[in-house]
Write a protein that binds this ligand. Sequence first.
Ligand code: ADP
Ligand code: MG
Length: 598
Amino acid sequence: MPKVHILPERVANQIAAGEVVERPAAVIKELVENSLDAGATRIEVEFRQGGRELLRVEDNGCGMLREDALMALERHATSKIAGTDDLDRLETFGFRGEALPSIASVSTFTLQTRAENSNVGTEILVEAGRQVHVRDCGRPVGTSVEAARLFHPVPARRKFLKTDATESAHLVQCVRLYALACPGVAFALIEDGRVVFRSPQCATLAERVGEIFGRQLAERLLPIEAAEAGLRLSGLVGRPGEGRSTRHELMTFVNGRPVDSRTLNFALLESYRDSLPEGRYPRAILFLECDPADVDVNVHPAKREVRFRREQQVRGFVIRSVLERIREMGCETGPVAGRQPDQSGGRLGEAQAIYGISGSAFSPHGGTAADKAPGASAEADRVREIAAKAGRPPAPQGEIAAREGRVRAWRFLGTAHDLYALFETPSGIVLLDRRAAHERIWFERLRGQFSAGRVPGQRLLLPVPLELDPVSAAILLDSRSFIEAHGFEIAEFGANFFRIEAAPEWMEPGDAESFIKDVLGELRDGKLAPGNLDLARNELARLAASRAVRLPPAAGAAEMEDLAARLFATESPLTSPAGRPTFVEIDRAELARRFQRA
Ligand code: ADP
Ligand code: MG
């Protein structure tokens, strides 16, 4: 018979710690939230060696009396809620009463605190969940919490920590998020004795962004404000055409709490779908306010995820508001609509000039999600509906044909530097980047082959030997079926030795080895994740397209006009798969202005 017993408190805390504080950044998150809940106006965060050696948060908040400080270290001890009803009107970051005991159970933990109305402070030292001492200490009103040698009592967890650089990146990002959430609180962040940023109390979000990310970024973001039936949106968003390669500059907050919300992320990506090249992410620092009863923050022990009760309403509201703002930006003068053909931000303007129609009707991504992901068509229908309500008609079906027709009116004039094809068009002149155009065409052709599952291959007369380091070899073995489904055949040939026996038809056999190594590199960095096949294929096609293009010598009018026509027959003719513009246009008005003819 099993003998059932209750786990000792200390063990229970160490287990809970695995959920609440899975890495150093999570400890800092909990401590900073406590400081904010304590009404601090000044918070200093310090860490050493990616947080592994030291994590410290000091605040000038209300502090605690000795009895409260001792109580705070007990499991489920909180001053913030009394019952579950309170979860519906939560005004604090914390409520679970788990953070302090969890952190104290897996580190060398020192709490120093002094309450407003007491003239002496308390210091409590806890070693791996065991109290070592409680004594008086001198300190100003407020609290300092230090967790040293995180996870040393649970070596198995310590092993899961990533490199110091990775943990440090998470820590910095975490503190930035809270600094953005509370511009009115002064923040300092210190890593290994160096100041990462120090920001005084700021009057506005834009000021805070300038303090922690630099003035330049602050100037590139534009304010957004919108409200609708119980929902309010505010913050800063990037201009169309100015995307990032990662989603790190996409930050969302719900009722002041930094969150990772699928709903908000999806809404943002969808809003920028037509104004950013594929694979680029918008910049946004977006705050959604709603009735606390309509959002559940208690989904995840670390409270990162949130769930909206009226998810569709939230999503629709955000998409409408952001689209509206993007449209306004398209009309404002500035890099976006200023028709400065030499600026990458000018894509919308160019599209408008070329088609003689409003940028909003032109979709560089060839329509909505429905065209790409048949499985997501219900979703896409909803998005179409939302987009239509926002005053933006979805791209009409015959659009590609119409585009091609217009491009037929371009007249090829010549090639400059063997690279740029010059055309006269009804509305001005166009310089087409031949390589970017070829890459776009190849990209869509390869992606088509990949998703149809028909990648013509060629057996290599001379198999190409492939020697890999042990990590890459393991990755190759793991993802062999993915790689082989895309036109390769690879035989294992001994420890870390392989042979490429077949390669896709489009590839020069001599390129096969370096291509496979690139693919393995991307798999290793997580840029290519076969778990999401659509995305992985996109990424693979992007890699492949840059290899597949072997630029023929500049040719005559027929070839060049054909190249332009083929480019405009693709779904997203405005950009190369890497997001570079495929062409720039100078319209006649601009030419007239430059020659001072007007
Ligand atoms: P929770 O924040 O969920 O209540 P914690 O374990 O994080 O749980 O903290 C327990 C309690 O300790 C809090 O409810 C609060 O009363 C007190 N506390 C924690 N940190 C601070 C601080 N920096 N300043 C004042 N009080 C604090
Ligand atoms: Mg807390």
